[in-house]
Write a protein of this length. Structure first.
Length: 225
């Protein structure tokens, strides 16, 4: 009996691995930065802890929304580029001029992947296809909204482990230090995963991510945070 294919989760369906890790990294850096900044002016006791909690969650909700909107706008912009390319090719009667348009558009991405002859064969195949293709819609698509929602979700969820200490401790300084520690551990984990995806050295990338976090923490401590 054949095994059923594993069903992808919502975020996996709408964002590629690099985008997912980028969104999580963005969320971690944002919550680390905002809690350190808020810690400079947080009041004592439970009121200060609540202040840090609101800052952590509120900041990532806001930036998650902004990032989601930017994702939607970028998707629409990419389709607009394709639509303009198709219209430009179909509006050109000279096949050599049309090939030059395609060459200028995709040459940088293909130079390291194929030789000159293979690239020219691909350009001619693209010309044949694009010369008959319909231009894509440039308006808002349902997939754009789903991708934007996935961006928002990752940025928001990434702040939750770091926000947990603000629910467990009554002293702002202690809660902030524990939150910082969790964020640094998470930065290292994201760095390792990023390295695995890109084929880089996991230890080096993980430590580089940690260095970014430690730099922010050190600056806050020097300033009295």
């Amino acid at each position: 009996m054949n095994a059923q294919p594993k069903k992808e989760r919502f975020v996996q369906r709408h964002l590629d691995p690099a985008s997912r890790m980028g969104e999580v990294l963005f969320g971690l850096i944002m919550v680390l930065s905002i809690t350190l900044t808020a810690g400079l002016s947080a009041t004592a006791g439970k009121a200060g802890v609540r202040q840090l909690l609101v800052a952590a969650i509120g900041c990532n909700m806001a930036w998650g929304l902004i990032d989601g909107i930017m994702y939607v706008m970028n998707c629409m912009a990419e389709r607009s580029v394709t639509a303009r390319l198709i219209r430009k090719i179909q509006g050109t009667n000279d096949s050599q001029a049309a090939l030059e348009i395609i060459r200028n558009q995709v040459e940088p991405e293909l130079e390291t992947l194929a030789g000159p002859e293979d690239r020219e064969s691909l350009y001619r195949a693209m010309l044949k296809h694009l010369g008959q293709a319909g231009a894509p819609r440039t308006g808002l698509e349902k997939a754009d909204l789903y991708g934007g929602l996935a961006c928002f979700w990752l940025v928001f969820v990434s702040c939750l482990p770091a926000a947990a200490p603000f629910l467990l401790f009554s002293k702002p300084a202690l809660a902030l230090r524990v939150s910082n520690f969790l964020l640094i551990v998470m930065l290292y984990i994201v760095g390792r995963k990023w390295a695995a995806y890109t084929g880089a050295n996991g230890l080096v990338v993980g430590l580089a991510m940690v260095a970014i976090g430690l730099l922010l923490v050190g600056i806050a401590i020097v300033l009295g945070g």
